[in-house]
Design a protein around this ligand. Structure first.
Ligand SMILES: Nc1nc2c(ncn2[C@@H]2O[C@H](COP(=O)(O)OP(=O)(O)O)[C@@H](O)[C@H]2O)c(=O)[nH]1
Ligand SMILES: [Mg+2]
Length: 242
């Protein structure tokens, strides 16, 4: 059985899903894939089902009743992976913003000893983002600064959604206590990993804005992150995080 897997949450990714499945399935050494689809009206799940006979036990699909946020999709996916003894469990978006060819690098860095490895857009203060509107670059870059100042998290890319966790982290940081749905979920996962004393490392990646489909980013996701970070700080200060 493979010990390496990537979880891809999907909501209306019909333009990207087939190319993404074929790309991940082509990676060597092999990495399994779990797609967590929230009943996408565009038929994303049906296309995954059509591809499954071709990839057998390497391609998995979890279908959820309705749109319930990227955060809860990952927590459901983490439990599915932990029940099946996967050791290296990765997160990646479906829109090729993250380059699947970087997946083996994230996993290799964990195999070398990191407990979690972030594919970071801002290692060493360099901005490795292509084609993203300046507004989104500034929002994302300063969001990470804001997180570092408020929480003390040592990560240049606090909202990164491209990351590999060793299973022991997911077993021990209290994933079921996370109630955030968007970027705040990504921040809280790293904050819990860091505060639990795990070795959280970053490697540089290049992030390219999606070319197909539409972003699910919204003002409520930004608001959740803005106030969520303060909530995290208070939970930590009053010993309520774990
Ligand atoms: N299952 C699930 N996936 C989601 C949801 N919202 C976003 N996603 C997926 O999460 C990934 C990142 O979303 P995206 O819209 O690209 O966010 P952006 O890169 O911040 O603009 C993509 O693969 C989306 O399809 C959701 O509510 N449920
Ligand atoms: Mg995206």
């Amino acid at each position: 059985m493979n010990t390496r897997i990537v979880i891809i949450p999907t909501y209306n990714e019909i333009e990207n899903i087939e190319a993404m499945v074929r790309k991940v399935m082509s990676l060597q050494p092999a990495i399994d894939l779990l797609v967590v689809d929230d009943n996408s009206p565009d038929g994303t799940a049906a296309l995954v089902k059509k591809l499954q006979p071709e990839y057998g036990e390497q391609l998995h699909l979890m279908e959820r009743a309705g749109k319930n946020g990227l955060g809860t999709a990952y927590i459901a996916g983490f439990h599915w992976c932990l029940e099946r003894n996967y050791e290296y469990i990765c997160e990646m978006d479906c829109d090729f913003s993250h380059n699947p060819d970087d997946l083996p690098r994230l996993i290799a860095n964990c195999e070398k000893g990191a407990d979690a490895t972030i594919g970071s857009r801002y290692v060493g203060g360099v901005v490795n983002v292509v084609n993203w509107p300046m507004g989104r670059v500034l929002l994302s870059y300063y969001a990470s600064k804001y997180v570092r100042i408020i929480t003390g998290l040592k990560a240049s890319d606090a909202t990164a959604g491209f990351i590999c966790y060793h299973r022991k982290v997911l077993e021990n940081v209290g994933i079921d206590r996370i109630h955030f749905k968007g970027y705040a979920f990504q921040i809280e996962m790293k904050f819990r990993t860091f505060r639990k004393g795990y070795k959280l490392e970053e490697i540089p990646i290049i992030f390219t804005d999606r070319t197909l489909g539409t972003s699910k980013m919204s003002t409520s996701i930004i608001r959740e992150a803005l106030f969520g970070v303060i909530e995290l700080r208070l939970k930590w200060m009053f010993g309520k995080l774990f």
